[in-house]
Design a protein around this ligand. Structure first.
Ligand SMILES: NC(=O)c1ccc[n+]([C@@H]2O[C@H](COP(=O)([O-])OP(=O)(O)OC[C@H]3O[C@@H](n4cnc5c(N)ncnc54)[C@H](OP(=O)(O)O)[C@@H]3O)[C@@H](O)[C@H]2O)c1
Length: 296
């Protein structure tokens, strides 16, 4: 990894390549991992590689991934930023219904503190959901702002938001990061990425590789991505990640993997030098503000 870092206001600087821990739960992000020792080894290797930004949540398992992180990584390295999310729960079928009453949000922060064995959470994303019951967005952000003022949360992030929700939230509390889906073939959130870049707020694209939920992800399998990878002698995942690093100076990447080999390869993506022609081809793959219509 290079020494390229981005500051997360309130939580500190982190390298631009981190780790998304969602893939460490069982199939469908539900239940324990099939191979617990392997999942633990991935976390240990992440720490050895100097990864200082891990994206997690009580949603993953539920609870399984937070518990694994606490068990494997404690005592936490001093520079490790653990980012978590609130605003949902897992139902018995593995769904992700919203849970956004201010009391529930407070309870979720306390649950994350307990499971991660922390006294304060570095970065907590409030996950917006279109189907949430009538709890005003302002009240949800306000609840997190109070937890920040109480010292339980160092910095506030937003996830799955649109530009208007981002601006509304910014008027209530300092927003230190935005996490939305974005990758080389899914550019729907381009307006938010550009706005956060202009403000110097970190943008953390989730599904940077097109998601484990989409086995034939075009971010990994598209002809253009593969062609660039072949030309440069690297793998498609590294091309997709390198393009995200190039896209804007405020992107912080959290590729998800359950494999040490993939973890190591993803960490090396910031060594990939995309040429002008490579960037142009990848830029042209999908118009900003839109998403490729079909998987491979
Ligand atoms: N805020 C939200 O609502 C939200 C939603 C979804 C995800 N997230 C966060 O975003 C993180 C990333 O998203 P994600 O894990 O769903 O999707 P992703 O990073 O786009 O893709 C993960 C998939 O890519 C594969 N993969 C990883 N590295 C690879 C490589 N070098 N070569 C080939 N395949 C590779 C993984 O399989 P292997 O396990 O085999 O490597 C997995 O199937 C999550 O871990 C989570 O922390 C947040």
């Amino acid at each position: 990894m290079t020494n390229d870092v981005v500051d997360v206001p309130g939580a500190g600087p982190v390298h631009r390549i981190g780790f998304g821990a969602m893939q460490l739960a069982g199939p469908g992000v539900f239940g324990p991992p099939g191979d617990r020792d392997r999942a633990a080894r991935v976390l240990r290797r992440a720490a050895e590689l100097g990864i200082d930004h891990i994206d997690t949540s009580d949603f993953y398992g539920p609870w399984v991934v937070n518990e694994l992180i606490a068990e494997v990584l404690r005592p936490y390295p001093q520079n490790l930023l653990l980012a978590t999310k609130i605003g949902a729960y897992r139902d018995h079928r593995g769904g992700w219904p919203p849970l956004v009453h201010p009391d529930a949000l407070r309870a979720q922060v306390h649950d994350n503190l307990r499971r991660l064995h922390l006294e304060a959470l570095d970065l907590v994303y409030l996950r917006h959901s279109a189907e949430q019951p009538g709890i005003p967005w302002e009240d949800q952000v306000g609840a997190l702002a109070e937890l920040r003022e109480a010292g339980l949360v160092r910095s506030i992030g937003l996830s799955n938001v649109d530009l208007a929700q981002f601006e509304q939230a910014r008027a209530i509390a300092p927003i230190s990061a935005v996490q939305n889906s974005y990758n080389v073939v899914d550019r729907a959130a381009a307006d938010l990425l550009d706005r956060t870049a202009a403000l110097g707020v970190p943008f953390v694209p989730f599904f940077p590789l097109g998601s484990a939920f989409q086995p034939n992800s075009r971010a990994l399998g598209d002809q253009v991505v593969r062609g660039v990878a072949e030309r440069l002698g690297v793998v498609p995942a590294q091309v997709s990640l390198a393009w995200l690093l190039h896209r804007a100076p405020n992107t912080l990447l959290i590729p998800g993997t359950s494999s040490i080999e993939h973890l190591e390869s993803n960490c090396a993506a910031d060594q990939v030098k995309l040429g002008e022609a490579d960037v142009q081809e990848l830029d042209d793959l999908v118009a900003e503000g839109t998403t490729a219509e079909r998987p491979l």
